[in-house]
Every structure is written in structure tokens, then in C-alpha cells.
Design a protein around this ligand. Structure first.
Ligand code: PLP
Length: 374
């Protein structure tokens, strides 16, 4: 065996997204102790940078030391107790995972289903909240990576507040690509992932919790069933200041990388990053149209960072993806769940969202399909 040297692949799938050289360089810096005061200073900056990305003043804002799924579990295991009722919206694969988390936390999941490829319907959500007075939380996916659909987070959070429920929001694919306005929406628990529009490698899950959510955690009747994800303990580590208590050994170099990636986001500015994602999505849409391909999702609810492209009749979608990888060194994603075989998923996330990448993937797809760009 020898050292593993990965091939040079352009990541235009549903994540991970391309990691810029300065972020990779940050990963390679010397590992120092996680209780070293200089490292602790970096952790404090990291929390501020995450507050910037989430547009929040929430004190409880930190990266969980594991990928997005751990952020999801952190939200559910801390906020939900056995016997609670949670309204869960399911319009894609990840809404289904939220339901699974609710059930495993011993709670009653009231599922609001919408077709894959369409957004969560606020009218159905309101009906479910009305029919289940006292529901502890409303949970939904802001940016459904399995379908490329954006749901109206502002309206859904408003409904949660109106009916006295906590709003739990999956922002794994949205953070850094489209607005995630935690405080303006009044969201209570929002989690994301490092490997999508933040342009760091996978392995960290930024989370933020409102004061209301912190009060709910503090007044739990039962201990959190997960020791590792128990925010009461994690808070002691991330918010301890001088009294920081050892909880687990932080993934030190990954935190350097996330810090570096977030510095890049701050330097570009959130609004500029959103505009770039939008412009490159439009370039992709037009390029695909020129080779006779169209998008699954209605224009007003399309995610700019995740494009679900209809596979033309008679085309072997897996063969096209294989050829893109082998001959063009481009990775795109397949459909998930009920959309498997019917769509490709082209991600233009974070540093991957450039006009050059759009032209490259459109040109390569055109070659694979024998359709030259007009
Ligand atoms: N939620 C959504 C919307 C996602 O897209 C993903 C991953 O693609 C996850 C949760 C899980 O994140 P991870 O794969 O980092 O655990």
C-alpha cells in the first residue's frame, strides 16, 4: 500500500462541494492542543463567523463535531422528549429522516406530506398544527437536497410561532447559498453542514439555538438520551470561557478549515454569495436548455445551488454519470428515493458555483448526450 492520492475531480453533485486551496491549506496546518488558549480564541471567532452566516445573535451557536446528520440529531434529541408531538414536513428524503429522528426520540410524529419536487404547503402545515394543539415543534427542510426545492422558511417559522411550537429547520444545503435569516424568521433550532455552500470538507455541522430553545432544553423532564450530543454538556465545552470543561477532543484541523472557509464567506459578503449562486444557476438553466434539458422544479421554488435535471426518455442516466466522471472528471448526483433514475442533481455550491464550472458541465453533458451546445 501507498499514500492515497485522490484524483482531481470537479465536484458538482449534491455535496461535498469543491474545497478551495486556502481551506485545504488550513487543514494542513500543525495540530495544536484543543485547550490551548490560542485554539480557544479561534473557537470564539468561529462562533462569531457562524452567527454571521446564520444571521443570528444566538449565544448557542457552534459547529457539532460530526456531519450534518449529527446536527439534525442534536436538534431532535435535545428538544424532543418521549411523549411529545412534533409536526414533520416531508417533501423529500431528508424530511423522512427528520421523522425517523422524532420517532426514535420516543415522540409522536405527525407527518405533513408533499410530493417530491414541490415545496412544503403552509396550508397543510397550519391544518396539522391546528389539529394537534400543544405540538412541541414544527420541523422542516429549508432546501431539500434530494429534489432541489426551497420551502418558505419564513412562513413556516411564523406558523410555528403562532401555534406555540418550536421551529426546527434543516439548512444543510441552504446556508451560504440562499438567505438563512435565523433571527428574522424566529427559527429555534437550525443546523447545517460544512460541505455544501460553506465550501469546507464534510465532518462538521454548524448549529444555532434560540433562547426559547435553550429554555426548553434547560427545563427537560428527562436526560438527553445521547451523551455525545447533549447540548448541556457540549455547551460547557464551547461556551465555558476560562472554565471550559473537557467534553470531547475537537476535530482541531477541521475547525481550522471551517474558520478559513467562513472567513471567505464573510469577505465575499452573504448577499454577494447569494447573488453569485443565483447568477450561475441561471447560466446553468440556459445552458441546459440549449442542449434540450430542463429542470424538474417550478421556477419560483428552485434552489440555485441544487439543480434537479430531468433525464431525457431512453437515456441511461447512470451511464452518463459514469462517463462524466471517467472522461471529464466531473461528479454529478443521481436522483434519490422516488426520483432515482428520473433526475440528475447538479450542485453549484459555494466555491463550485462559477460560470466556468457551469460551462464545463453543460459542455460535457452535451458531449455525453450527443447534443452540442447551440
Ligand atoms: N439534510 C440535508 C437537507 C442534506 O442534504 C444532508 C446531506 O446531504 C443531510 C441532512 C445530512 O448531512 P450529512 O450527509 O453531512 O450527514
Amino acid at each position: 500500500m501507498q499514500s492515497f492520492i485522490p484524483p482531481d475531480v470537479l465536484l458538482l453533485g449534491p455535496g461535498p462541494s469543491p474545497v478551495p486551496p486556502n481551506v485545504l491549506a488550513a487543514l494542513a496546518r500543525p495540530t495544536i492542543g484543543h485547550l490551548d488558549p490560542r485554539f480557544v480564541g479561534m473557537m470564539d471567532e468561529l462562533k462569531d463567523l457562524l452567527r454571521y452566516a446564520f444571521e443570528t445573535d444566538n449565544a448557542l451557536t457552534l459547529p457539532v463535531s460530526a456531519p450534518g446528520s449529527a446536527g439534525m440529531e442534536t436538534a431532535f434529541v435535545n428538544l424532543v422528549e418521549p411523549g411529545d408531538t412534533v409536526v414533520v414536513c416531508r417533501n423529500g428524503v431528508f424530511g423522512g429522516r427528520m421523522r425517523e429522528n422524532v420517532v426514535r426520540a420516543g415522540a409522536n410524529a405527525v407527518v405533513v406530506d408533499d410530493a417530491f419536487g414541490t415545496p412544503v404547503d403552509p396550508n397543510k402545515v397550519e391544518a396539522a398544527l391546528k389539529a394537534n394543539p400543544g405540538a412541541k415543534a414544527l420541523a422542516f427542510v429549508h432546501a431539500e437536497t434530494s429534489t432541489g426545492v426551497e420551502s418558505d422558511a419564513e412562513e413556516l417559522c411564523r406558523l410555528a410561532r403562532e401555534y406555540g411550537a418550536l421551529a426546527i429547520v434543516d439548512a444543510v444545503t441552504s446556508l451560504g447559498g440562499i438567505p438563512v435569516r435565523v433571527d428574522a424568521w424566529g427559527a429555534d433550532a437550525v443546523y447545517s453542514g460544512s460541505q455544501k455552500c460553506l465550501s469546507a470538507p464534510p465532518g462538521l455541522s454548524p448549529v444555532t439555538f434560540s433562547e426559547r430553545a435553550v429554555e426548553v432544553i434547560k427545563s427537560r423532564r428527562t436526560p438527553v438520551q445521547s451523551w455525545f450530543l447533549d447540548l448541556g454538556l457540549v455547551m460547557g465545552y464551547w461556551q465555558g470561557g476560562a472554565a471550559r470543561a473537557y467534553h470531547h477532543t475537537a476535530p482541531i484541523n477541521m475547525l481550522y478549515a471551517l474558520h478559513e472557509a467562513l472567513l471567505g464567506l464573510k469577505e465575499e459578503g452573504l448577499e454577494a454569495a447569494f447573488a453569485r449562486h443565483r447568477a450561475n444557476h441561471e447560466r446553468l438553466r440556459d445552458g441546459l436548455a440549449a442542449i434540450g434539458l430542463d429542470l424538474l422544479v417550478a421556477e419560483n421554488v428552485r434552489l440555485p445551488q441544487l439543480n434537479a435535471v430531468r433525464v431525457p426518455e431512453g437515456v441511461d442516466e447512470a451511464a452518463v454519470r459514469r462517463r462524466l466522471l471517467q472522461d471529464f472528471s466531473i461528479e454529478i448526483g443521481a436522483g434519490l428515493g422516488e426520483l432515482a433514475g428520473r433526475i440528475w442533481r447538479i450542485g453549484l455550491m459555494g466555491a463550485g458555483s462559477t460560470p466556468q464550472n457551469v460551462d464545463r458541465v453543460v459542455g460535457a453533458l452535451g458531449e455525453c448526450l450527443g447534443r452540442k451546445v447551440a
